[in-house]
Ligand binder design. Structure first.
Ligand code: ADP
Ligand code: ZN
Length: 212
């Protein structure tokens, strides 16, 4: 199963991709996590990416396309994968097609902008890729990752002004992908719920018809 997960920033893609990854035993590839790891490591890629991310913009297509190509051709992806955060623009989707990568389904998580803005202020993340929310998905010990024990932090791009910019970027550059994949008969839409478990149930129901 080769799956694309799309949705506005903070719609819950990371959380749901974790659930799908556990259930199906396929890796989730999150371009945002890869870019943040590069920033932390201080690589040239990280330095370039940081200026775009902190400004609520997309990192240039060539950069993320290169990253994705490297991952998708690795052995870990041979039984399937979940793309979380890629493609995020029409040129990225076209590049994926040009690589000859088969996509089985595109799941769009729908959450209204007002809710996103509220959610983002409570988001806490870990360098291992895990993410939490102080109200909706708290870690067992406050401020500490359940998975790896590291200290949780607030992403710099979760500042309210940047969230607004990211939403604008999403509507302008990423949302057109819904029509792109609907035209290929691949799009399935799920409304994000207040409770993570409710969303997960709807996600699994929606994907069931693609896994037979
Ligand atoms: P969210 O979905 O919550 O916005 P991500 O971790 O997926 O968070 O992405 C964080 C930032 O990383 C984005 O705002 C963007 O700047 C950059 N980014 C991630 N994936 C891509 C991509 N496919 N193309 C361009 N930029 C990307
Ligand atoms: Zn962790």
């Amino acid at each position: 199963m080769n799956l694309i997960l799309m949705g506005a920033p903070g719609a819950g893609k990371g959380t749901q991709s974790e659930k799908i990854s556990e259930k199906w035993g396929i890796p989730a590839i999150a371009t945002g996590d890869i870019l943040r790891a590069a920033i932390k490591a201080g690589t040239a890629l990280g330095k370039t990416a940081k200026s775009y991310i902190d400004d609520g913009k997309l990192v240039p297509d060539e950069i993320v396309i290169g990253i994705i190509q490297e991952y998708l051709t690795s052995d870990a992806c041979k039984n399937g994968f979940i793309l979380d955060g890629f493609p995020r623009s029409i040129p990225q989707a076209e590049a994926l097609d040009a690589m000859g990568v088969r996509i089985d389904a595109v799941l769009a998580l729908e959450v209204a902008d007002e809710k996103i803005i509220k959610r983002m202020s409570g988001r806490r993340v870990c360098t291992c890729g895990a993410s939490y929310h102080v109200d909706y998905k708290p870690s067992r010990t406050e401020g500490i990752c359940d998975k790896c024990g590291a200290a949780l932090y607030v992403r710099q791009d979760d500042a309210p002004e940047t969230v607004t910019k990211r939403l604008t970027t999403y509507h302008a550059q990423t949302e057109p992908l819904k029509a792109y994949y609907a035209a290929k008969g691949l799009l399935v839409t799920v409304e994000g719920q207040e409770e993570v478990t409710d969303t997960t149930r709807l996600v699994f129901e929606a994907l069931a018809k693609f896994t037979v």
